[in-house]
Design a binder for this molecule. Structure first.
Ligand SMILES: [Ca+2]
Length: 374
Protein backbone atom coordinates (compact mmCIF):
# COMPACT_ATOMS: atom_id res chain seq x y z
CA UNK A 1 0.00 0.00 0.00
CA UNK A 2 2.78 2.32 0.96
CA UNK A 3 4.54 1.50 -2.31
CA UNK A 4 1.37 2.19 -4.27
CA UNK A 5 1.04 5.61 -2.64
CA UNK A 6 4.64 6.41 -3.47
CA UNK A 7 4.14 5.51 -7.12
CA UNK A 8 0.92 7.50 -7.30
CA UNK A 9 2.68 10.51 -5.78
CA UNK A 10 5.45 10.19 -8.35
CA UNK A 11 2.92 10.05 -11.19
CA UNK A 12 1.14 13.13 -9.86
CA UNK A 13 4.44 14.95 -9.41
CA UNK A 14 5.50 14.10 -12.96
CA UNK A 15 2.16 15.33 -14.28
CA UNK A 16 2.56 18.56 -12.32
CA UNK A 17 6.11 19.01 -13.58
CA UNK A 18 5.06 18.39 -17.21
CA UNK A 19 2.14 20.78 -16.95
CA UNK A 20 4.54 23.50 -15.85
CA UNK A 21 7.07 22.84 -18.53
CA UNK A 22 5.36 23.47 -21.80
CA UNK A 23 8.16 25.66 -23.11
CA UNK A 24 11.13 23.77 -21.76
CA UNK A 25 9.59 20.55 -23.08
CA UNK A 26 11.53 21.45 -26.23
CA UNK A 27 14.33 18.93 -25.74
CA UNK A 28 17.90 19.58 -26.79
CA UNK A 29 18.84 17.34 -29.68
CA UNK A 30 22.21 16.32 -30.99
CA UNK A 31 23.31 18.16 -34.13
CA UNK A 32 21.64 16.94 -37.28
CA UNK A 33 21.58 19.92 -39.59
CA UNK A 34 25.15 20.66 -40.57
CA UNK A 35 28.57 19.30 -39.82
CA UNK A 36 31.34 21.57 -38.71
CA UNK A 37 34.86 21.58 -37.44
CA UNK A 38 36.38 23.84 -34.84
CA UNK A 39 39.61 25.76 -34.61
CA UNK A 40 41.13 27.11 -31.41
CA UNK A 41 42.06 30.58 -32.65
CA UNK A 42 43.12 32.06 -29.29
CA UNK A 43 44.71 29.64 -26.84
CA UNK A 44 45.93 29.72 -23.25
CA UNK A 45 43.14 31.67 -21.65
CA UNK A 46 41.78 31.22 -18.17
CA UNK A 47 38.25 32.67 -17.99
CA UNK A 48 37.65 34.63 -21.21
CA UNK A 49 34.48 36.37 -20.02
CA UNK A 50 33.59 38.64 -22.91
CA UNK A 51 34.49 39.09 -26.59
CA UNK A 52 34.12 42.19 -28.75
CA UNK A 53 35.30 42.42 -32.35
CA UNK A 54 36.97 45.55 -33.65
CA UNK A 55 36.12 46.60 -37.22
CA UNK A 56 39.44 45.15 -38.49
CA UNK A 57 38.38 41.70 -37.31
CA UNK A 58 40.72 41.68 -34.33
CA UNK A 59 39.31 40.80 -30.93
CA UNK A 60 39.14 42.37 -27.50
CA UNK A 61 38.76 39.73 -24.79
CA UNK A 62 38.21 40.29 -21.08
CA UNK A 63 39.84 37.88 -18.67
CA UNK A 64 37.78 37.67 -15.49
CA UNK A 65 40.86 38.10 -13.29
CA UNK A 66 41.19 41.68 -14.56
CA UNK A 67 43.01 41.71 -17.88
CA UNK A 68 41.96 43.07 -21.25
CA UNK A 69 43.59 41.32 -24.20
CA UNK A 70 43.75 42.49 -27.80
CA UNK A 71 44.18 39.57 -30.18
CA UNK A 72 45.37 40.57 -33.65
CA UNK A 73 47.24 38.71 -36.38
CA UNK A 74 47.79 35.70 -34.16
CA UNK A 75 49.26 37.74 -31.32
CA UNK A 76 47.94 38.65 -27.87
CA UNK A 77 48.65 42.11 -26.48
CA UNK A 78 47.86 43.04 -22.90
CA UNK A 79 46.02 46.37 -22.81
CA UNK A 80 47.25 48.83 -20.19
CA UNK A 81 45.14 51.19 -18.12
CA UNK A 82 42.27 48.86 -17.23
CA UNK A 83 40.37 49.88 -14.08
CA UNK A 84 41.12 48.18 -10.80
CA UNK A 85 38.93 45.10 -10.70
CA UNK A 86 37.45 43.51 -7.56
CA UNK A 87 37.83 39.79 -8.14
CA UNK A 88 35.59 37.68 -5.97
CA UNK A 89 33.36 34.69 -6.68
CA UNK A 90 31.54 35.39 -9.93
CA UNK A 91 32.79 38.97 -10.06
CA UNK A 92 35.74 40.34 -12.00
CA UNK A 93 36.31 41.84 -15.44
CA UNK A 94 33.16 40.91 -17.34
CA UNK A 95 31.19 42.17 -20.34
CA UNK A 96 32.55 44.22 -23.23
CA UNK A 97 30.75 45.93 -26.11
CA UNK A 98 31.65 48.49 -28.76
CA UNK A 99 29.51 51.56 -29.34
CA UNK A 100 27.31 51.04 -32.45
CA UNK A 101 29.18 53.99 -34.04
CA UNK A 102 32.58 52.81 -32.83
CA UNK A 103 34.25 53.65 -36.12
CA UNK A 104 33.33 57.33 -35.65
CA UNK A 105 33.72 57.73 -31.87
CA UNK A 106 36.01 54.92 -30.65
CA UNK A 107 34.03 54.21 -27.46
CA UNK A 108 34.43 50.79 -25.84
CA UNK A 109 32.08 49.83 -22.98
CA UNK A 110 32.83 47.23 -20.33
CA UNK A 111 31.56 45.99 -16.99
CA UNK A 112 33.61 44.98 -13.98
CA UNK A 113 33.29 44.47 -10.27
CA UNK A 114 34.70 47.42 -8.35
CA UNK A 115 35.46 48.06 -4.67
CA UNK A 116 34.77 51.79 -5.09
CA UNK A 117 31.71 53.29 -3.45
CA UNK A 118 29.70 52.46 -0.35
CA UNK A 119 30.62 49.64 2.00
CA UNK A 120 32.99 46.69 2.08
CA UNK A 121 33.33 44.30 -0.81
CA UNK A 122 32.47 45.25 -4.36
CA UNK A 123 29.72 45.68 -6.88
CA UNK A 124 29.27 45.99 -10.62
CA UNK A 125 30.46 49.09 -12.48
CA UNK A 126 30.13 50.19 -16.10
CA UNK A 127 32.88 52.18 -17.79
CA UNK A 128 33.62 53.48 -21.26
CA UNK A 129 37.06 54.27 -22.64
CA UNK A 130 38.99 54.54 -25.89
CA UNK A 131 41.91 52.45 -27.06
CA UNK A 132 45.12 54.31 -27.94
CA UNK A 133 48.53 52.68 -28.37
CA UNK A 134 47.41 49.59 -26.45
CA UNK A 135 46.20 51.68 -23.52
CA UNK A 136 42.69 52.58 -22.35
CA UNK A 137 42.32 56.37 -22.32
CA UNK A 138 39.50 58.86 -21.64
CA UNK A 139 38.06 56.48 -19.07
CA UNK A 140 34.61 57.43 -17.76
CA UNK A 141 32.77 55.42 -15.16
CA UNK A 142 29.12 55.58 -16.19
CA UNK A 143 27.53 53.59 -13.38
CA UNK A 144 28.44 51.89 -10.13
CA UNK A 145 25.95 49.75 -8.22
CA UNK A 146 25.84 50.38 -4.49
CA UNK A 147 26.24 49.34 -1.75
CA UNK A 148 29.13 46.91 -2.09
CA UNK A 149 28.81 43.35 -0.91
CA UNK A 150 31.26 40.65 0.05
CA UNK A 151 29.01 38.00 -1.45
CA UNK A 152 30.45 36.25 -4.47
CA UNK A 153 27.19 35.82 -6.36
CA UNK A 154 25.37 37.43 -9.24
CA UNK A 155 27.27 40.43 -10.55
CA UNK A 156 25.69 40.06 -14.04
CA UNK A 157 26.79 41.56 -16.37
CA UNK A 158 26.44 42.14 -20.07
CA UNK A 159 26.05 45.24 -22.20
CA UNK A 160 23.87 45.92 -25.26
CA UNK A 161 22.76 48.85 -27.42
CA UNK A 162 19.39 49.25 -29.11
CA UNK A 163 18.59 50.84 -32.47
CA UNK A 164 18.18 54.27 -30.84
CA UNK A 165 21.67 54.12 -29.33
CA UNK A 166 20.58 53.56 -25.72
CA UNK A 167 22.99 51.64 -23.52
CA UNK A 168 21.59 48.68 -21.56
CA UNK A 169 23.40 46.63 -18.95
CA UNK A 170 22.51 43.92 -16.47
CA UNK A 171 23.42 43.57 -12.82
CA UNK A 172 22.49 40.43 -10.86
CA UNK A 173 20.82 40.53 -7.43
CA UNK A 174 24.06 39.69 -5.54
CA UNK A 175 22.50 36.70 -3.83
CA UNK A 176 19.87 38.84 -2.07
CA UNK A 177 16.73 37.59 -3.88
CA UNK A 178 13.68 39.87 -3.61
CA UNK A 179 15.42 42.27 -1.23
CA UNK A 180 17.30 43.70 -4.19
CA UNK A 181 15.44 42.35 -7.22
CA UNK A 182 11.95 43.55 -6.18
CA UNK A 183 12.98 46.95 -4.79
CA UNK A 184 13.47 49.76 -7.30
CA UNK A 185 15.09 51.95 -4.65
CA UNK A 186 17.97 49.43 -4.50
CA UNK A 187 20.55 48.49 -7.09
CA UNK A 188 20.98 44.92 -8.38
CA UNK A 189 18.62 42.39 -9.92
CA UNK A 190 17.90 44.85 -12.71
CA UNK A 191 18.43 45.81 -16.34
CA UNK A 192 19.51 49.45 -16.62
CA UNK A 193 19.23 51.94 -19.47
CA UNK A 194 21.37 55.03 -19.98
CA UNK A 195 22.33 57.36 -22.79
CA UNK A 196 25.67 56.34 -24.28
CA UNK A 197 27.41 59.06 -22.21
CA UNK A 198 25.91 57.80 -18.95
CA UNK A 199 23.13 60.38 -18.62
CA UNK A 200 19.77 59.11 -17.42
CA UNK A 201 17.09 59.21 -20.13
CA UNK A 202 14.23 61.49 -19.14
CA UNK A 203 11.69 58.85 -20.09
CA UNK A 204 13.21 56.04 -18.01
CA UNK A 205 10.31 54.34 -16.22
CA UNK A 206 11.10 55.29 -12.61
CA UNK A 207 12.54 58.81 -12.97
CA UNK A 208 9.54 60.29 -11.14
CA UNK A 209 9.44 57.72 -8.34
CA UNK A 210 10.86 59.04 -5.06
CA UNK A 211 14.14 57.34 -4.06
CA UNK A 212 14.09 55.02 -7.07
CA UNK A 213 17.35 54.29 -8.88
CA UNK A 214 16.61 56.32 -11.98
CA UNK A 215 18.77 54.23 -14.29
CA UNK A 216 16.55 51.15 -13.84
CA UNK A 217 14.75 50.02 -16.99
CA UNK A 218 13.23 46.81 -15.60
CA UNK A 219 13.57 44.70 -12.45
CA UNK A 220 12.97 41.31 -10.88
CA UNK A 221 15.94 39.76 -12.71
CA UNK A 222 18.12 37.18 -10.93
CA UNK A 223 21.50 37.02 -12.63
CA UNK A 224 21.49 38.04 -16.28
CA UNK A 225 24.61 37.01 -18.20
CA UNK A 226 23.12 37.38 -21.65
CA UNK A 227 21.92 40.66 -23.20
CA UNK A 228 21.62 41.46 -26.90
CA UNK A 229 19.62 43.37 -29.46
CA UNK A 230 17.48 41.10 -31.60
CA UNK A 231 18.62 42.23 -35.06
CA UNK A 232 15.24 41.36 -36.60
CA UNK A 233 12.98 43.19 -34.16
CA UNK A 234 15.28 45.66 -32.41
CA UNK A 235 14.11 44.34 -29.01
CA UNK A 236 16.58 43.72 -26.20
CA UNK A 237 16.69 40.03 -25.34
CA UNK A 238 18.02 38.83 -22.02
CA UNK A 239 18.74 35.52 -20.38
CA UNK A 240 19.33 34.90 -16.71
CA UNK A 241 20.42 32.12 -14.43
CA UNK A 242 17.53 30.57 -12.53
CA UNK A 243 17.76 28.70 -9.26
CA UNK A 244 17.84 24.90 -9.51
CA UNK A 245 16.16 24.99 -12.91
CA UNK A 246 14.28 27.92 -14.35
CA UNK A 247 16.93 29.75 -16.33
CA UNK A 248 14.98 32.19 -18.45
CA UNK A 249 14.95 34.10 -21.72
CA UNK A 250 13.06 37.39 -21.43
CA UNK A 251 12.27 40.19 -23.85
CA UNK A 252 13.11 43.34 -21.93
CA UNK A 253 10.35 45.94 -21.67
CA UNK A 254 10.31 49.29 -19.97
CA UNK A 255 9.26 49.29 -16.33
CA UNK A 256 8.33 45.60 -16.22
CA UNK A 257 8.88 43.20 -13.32
CA UNK A 258 10.37 39.85 -14.33
CA UNK A 259 9.33 38.19 -11.11
CA UNK A 260 12.41 37.00 -9.26
CA UNK A 261 12.25 35.82 -6.42
CA UNK A 262 8.45 35.78 -6.26
CA UNK A 263 7.75 33.62 -9.30
CA UNK A 264 10.03 31.03 -10.86
CA UNK A 265 9.97 27.84 -12.88
CA UNK A 266 12.94 26.59 -10.92
CA UNK A 267 12.55 23.30 -9.13
CA UNK A 268 14.60 21.53 -6.50
CA UNK A 269 16.95 18.71 -7.41
CA UNK A 270 14.42 16.20 -6.06
CA UNK A 271 11.85 17.47 -8.54
CA UNK A 272 9.64 19.34 -6.09
CA UNK A 273 8.67 22.94 -6.87
CA UNK A 274 10.99 25.72 -5.70
CA UNK A 275 8.18 28.21 -5.17
CA UNK A 276 4.44 27.68 -5.10
CA UNK A 277 3.79 30.10 -7.90
CA UNK A 278 5.07 30.41 -11.43
CA UNK A 279 2.94 33.38 -12.39
CA UNK A 280 1.48 36.45 -10.81
CA UNK A 281 -0.36 39.52 -12.02
CA UNK A 282 2.02 42.37 -12.69
CA UNK A 283 4.94 40.01 -13.32
CA UNK A 284 6.19 38.98 -16.73
CA UNK A 285 6.38 35.41 -17.98
CA UNK A 286 9.63 34.37 -19.62
CA UNK A 287 9.68 33.79 -23.36
CA UNK A 288 11.41 30.49 -22.61
CA UNK A 289 12.86 28.64 -19.65
CA UNK A 290 15.25 25.78 -19.11
CA UNK A 291 14.67 22.91 -16.70
CA UNK A 292 17.18 21.67 -15.70
CA UNK A 293 19.34 24.79 -15.66
CA UNK A 294 22.02 24.93 -18.34
CA UNK A 295 23.65 27.92 -16.55
CA UNK A 296 23.48 30.25 -19.57
CA UNK A 297 26.28 32.70 -20.37
CA UNK A 298 26.68 34.75 -23.51
CA UNK A 299 24.16 35.18 -26.30
CA UNK A 300 24.34 35.79 -30.04
CA UNK A 301 21.99 35.89 -33.01
CA UNK A 302 23.31 34.34 -36.20
CA UNK A 303 22.96 36.94 -38.95
CA UNK A 304 25.47 35.66 -41.50
CA UNK A 305 25.02 33.09 -44.27
CA UNK A 306 28.09 31.09 -43.26
CA UNK A 307 26.09 28.28 -41.66
CA UNK A 308 23.30 26.67 -43.69
CA UNK A 309 20.02 26.75 -41.69
CA UNK A 310 21.41 28.75 -38.79
CA UNK A 311 20.52 32.27 -39.92
CA UNK A 312 18.17 33.93 -37.41
CA UNK A 313 18.97 31.34 -34.72
CA UNK A 314 19.94 32.20 -31.18
CA UNK A 315 23.13 30.81 -29.65
CA UNK A 316 23.59 30.51 -25.88
CA UNK A 317 26.58 29.15 -23.97
CA UNK A 318 26.10 26.53 -21.26
CA UNK A 319 28.51 26.73 -18.36
CA UNK A 320 27.06 23.73 -16.58
CA UNK A 321 26.81 21.23 -19.43
CA UNK A 322 29.77 22.62 -21.38
CA UNK A 323 28.24 23.06 -24.81
CA UNK A 324 26.80 25.75 -27.08
CA UNK A 325 23.05 25.67 -27.49
CA UNK A 326 21.39 26.56 -30.78
CA UNK A 327 17.80 27.71 -30.42
CA UNK A 328 15.54 27.89 -33.46
CA UNK A 329 12.90 30.62 -33.45
CA UNK A 330 9.59 30.53 -35.26
CA UNK A 331 7.16 33.44 -34.94
CA UNK A 332 9.07 34.65 -31.90
CA UNK A 333 8.89 31.30 -30.07
CA UNK A 334 11.62 28.74 -29.48
CA UNK A 335 10.64 25.60 -31.33
CA UNK A 336 13.88 23.60 -31.38
CA UNK A 337 17.04 23.23 -29.33
CA UNK A 338 20.29 21.65 -30.46
CA UNK A 339 23.58 20.94 -28.70
CA UNK A 340 26.71 22.14 -30.50
CA UNK A 341 30.33 21.70 -29.41
CA UNK A 342 29.45 19.01 -26.88
CA UNK A 343 31.93 18.69 -24.00
CA UNK A 344 33.91 21.69 -25.30
CA UNK A 345 34.20 23.14 -21.79
CA UNK A 346 32.35 25.86 -19.89
CA UNK A 347 31.07 28.23 -22.58
CA UNK A 348 31.32 31.78 -21.23
CA UNK A 349 30.55 33.90 -24.28
CA UNK A 350 29.56 33.63 -27.93
CA UNK A 351 29.77 36.22 -30.70
CA UNK A 352 29.48 36.52 -34.45
CA UNK A 353 32.59 38.08 -35.93
CA UNK A 354 32.63 40.66 -38.74
CA UNK A 355 33.68 37.75 -40.98
CA UNK A 356 30.33 36.06 -40.25
CA UNK A 357 31.87 33.16 -38.33
CA UNK A 358 30.81 32.22 -34.81
CA UNK A 359 33.40 32.49 -32.03
CA UNK A 360 32.95 30.90 -28.63
CA UNK A 361 34.84 31.76 -25.44
CA UNK A 362 35.59 28.61 -23.46
CA UNK A 363 36.96 28.59 -19.93
CA UNK A 364 40.37 26.98 -19.49
CA UNK A 365 40.80 27.01 -23.25
CA UNK A 366 40.34 30.20 -25.25
CA UNK A 367 38.39 31.29 -28.32
CA UNK A 368 37.00 28.56 -30.56
CA UNK A 369 35.85 29.28 -34.11
CA UNK A 370 33.09 27.17 -35.67
CA UNK A 371 33.83 26.31 -39.30
CA UNK A 372 31.09 24.68 -41.37
CA UNK A 373 32.07 21.73 -43.59
CA UNK A 374 30.84 22.04 -47.14
CA1 LIG B 1 11.36 35.68 -14.27
Amino acid sequence: MKHFHFVLTLILMSFYACAQQTESAVKAENPTTISYTTELVVSDMNIPWGIAFLPDGSMLITEKAGELIHFKNGKKTLIEGVPEVYVRGQGGFMGIKLHPNYEENGWIYFSYASAEGEGDGGNTAIMRAKLKDNTLVEKQQLYKANPNSKKGQHFGSRIAFDNDGYLYFSIGERGEGSLNAQDITRDCGKIYRLHDDGKIPEDNPFVDVANAKKAIYCYGNRNPQGLIKNPETGEIWEHEHGPQGGDEINIIQKGKNYGWQVISYGINYDGTPFTDITEKEGMEQPLFYWVPSIAPSGIAFVTSNKYPNWKGNLLVGSLKFEYLERLVLENGKIVKREKLLEKVGRVRDVAEGPDGFIYVAVEGKGIVKIIPKN
